[in-house]
Design a protein around this ligand. Structure first.
Ligand code: MV4
Length: 450
């Protein structure tokens, strides 16, 4: 097992990784930018190395500085967390070249899933269900129009280098095809330096349900059930839960097997998430695979009793994963608490937290790097805490979340806590009848009463 791991990240996930390392008896190295010098990940790690100024490009994304920090501290492995360099194939490759274990997949595995058209072709070859569409990249407007007519409108044009909702255009009819195709290609060219696009049938108002998988270096891949992630705004998840309120044992078995097949298709190592869109009849289609630990991993941990960061470290060290069927118990919900003002279009709200009271009690978990007196910098993601509750049933978990949100006091900055409080009383949320469009189309935040 590794004796020392460097964490190439900040915020709550850096702290989350340090906690597991401590429980495993592994020493930790934090890296930080100058603006993060008073962060908890710096305080709680055994060692800390400043790697540059606030701007991510000059610090958390700067590969030479991170590698230098690993070398001077003799770290044997690097955990990238999520965001920043977590899905950077070049970083994974350079770590290997320097004999430092990247806790995550190989560059080949990252690339196989990073190019969305290639990923889709790999899934088709492994009999994982995908949305009907073009056979790979579409080269011209002329070809595209013929394919779109065959598929039937509406269609969606997607940049192969996109993902997570970036670089997509919905086309309602043939009249709009040429314009949307050109726009999609030029946006993709600017954003990703790659204009290549492919076309799919547009599935209206789907759910987003994803499956957690884990692979080892011995060819084993298991799944740890699903997470319901349909409650999003502008492709940012707001609340996640496990299990999904619409899942059945039969569909879970099928979707789980499809996700395992997806992982096996690329000989996957480490923690991964296979994202599906799901229609009203619970037909599911592969969308993309994320080759990292995700923000919402705690809801899976709470119902499986599995420490996913520990499993990542085990897999990276070459240990075999336990392939006995997993038991899942109860229900878990996560609310993302962001430093944003929900009354003003979720405007980011950096500043100093003057008072911070964390909820507690039975089955309440708070993953956060914030504390009373902490200043939220304007430089990075606005998520400052994740509030996770678990309970035997979904209705009990909702009641527990309401109670925990009431205990959570954050003063000095605006947060999304009032938004979540309203959501806990929303009939659509309570009934489980929602999809990826629900928050933006059907749920209106009322700042007066919350
Ligand atoms: C789709 C779709 C409908 N039809 N593809 C958005 C994120 C990316 N992972 C894929 N996305 C979508 N792809 C087809 N063929 C609708 C979405 C989509 C969506 C998916 C999951 C979660 C939220 C979403 C919000 C808008 C659109």
């Amino acid at each position: 097992m590794f004796k020392k791991i460097l964490i190439a990240n900040r915020g709550e996930i850096a702290l989350r990784i340090i906690r597991t390392c401590k429980e495993m008896g592994i020493k930790t190295v934090a890296v930080y930018s100058t603006i993060d010098q008073n962060s908890l990940h710096v305080k709680f790690a055994d060692e800390a190395v400043c790697i540059g100024p606030a701007a991510s490009k000059e610090s958390y994304l700067k590969i030479p500085s991170i590698l230098a920090a690993a070398e001077i501290t003799n770290a044997e492995a690097i955990h990238p967390g999520y965001g920043f360099l977590a899905e950077n194939a070049e970083f994974s490759r350079i770590c290997a070249e320097h004999d430092i274990k990247f806790i995550g997949p190989s560059p080949e595995m990252i690339n196989a899933m990073g190019d969305k058209s290639t990923a889709k072709a790999t899934m088709i070859a492994s009999n994982v269900p995908v949305v009907p569409g073009s056979d790979g990249i579409v080269k011209s407007v002329k070809d595209g129009k013929i394919i779109a007519a065959e598929i039937g409108y509406p269609v969606i044009i997607k940049a192969t280098a996109g993902g997570g909702g970036r670089g997509m255009r919905v086309v309602l009819d043939a009249d709009n095809f040429e314009r949307q195709f050109q726009t999609c290609c030029s946006e993709a060219s600017t954003a990703f330096n790659n204009p290549a696009v492919y076309i799919e049938k547009f599935v209206e108002d789907p759910r987003h349900i994803e499956i957690q998988i884990m692979g080892d270096q011995h060819g084993n891949v298991i799944h740890l059930g699903e997470r319901e992630c349909s409650l999003q705004r502008r492709h940012q998840k707001v609340l996640e839960e496990a299990p999904s309120p619409v899942m059945t044992p039969e569909v879970r078995e099928k979707m789980g097997q499809a996700a395992v097949d997806a992982g096996k298709a690329i000989n996957y190592e480490g923690a991964g998430t296979v994202e599906f869109i799901v229609d009203k009849d619970l037909n599911f289609y592969f969308m993309e695979m994320n080759t990292r630990i995700q923000v919402e991993h705690p809801v899976t941990e709470e119902i499986t009793w599995c420490d996913l960061v520990k499993e990542q470290i085990h897999a990276a060290a070459g240990l075999k994963i336990d392939t006995k069927p997993l038991k899942m118990r109860g229900h878990a919900i996560e609310c993302r608490i962001n430093a944003e003002d929900p009354a003003h279009n979720f405007r980011p709200n950096a500043g100093t937290i003057t008072s911070f009271n964390i909820p507690g009690g039975h089955s309440v978990r708070v993953d956060t790097h914030a504390y009373s007196g902490y200043t939220v910098p304007p430089t990075y993601d606005s998520m400052i805490a994740k509030l996770i509750v678990s309970a035997p049933t979904r209705p009990e978990a909702i009641m527990r979340m309401k109670r925990a949100l009431d205990e959570f006091v954050i003063e000095g900055i605006k947060t999304t806590i009032p938004y979540h409080r309203q959501l806990m009383d929303d009939p659509g949320f309570i009934s489980g009848e929602f999809n990826t469009q629900y928050l933006e189309k059907s749920f209106k935040f009322n700042p007066e009463t919350n």
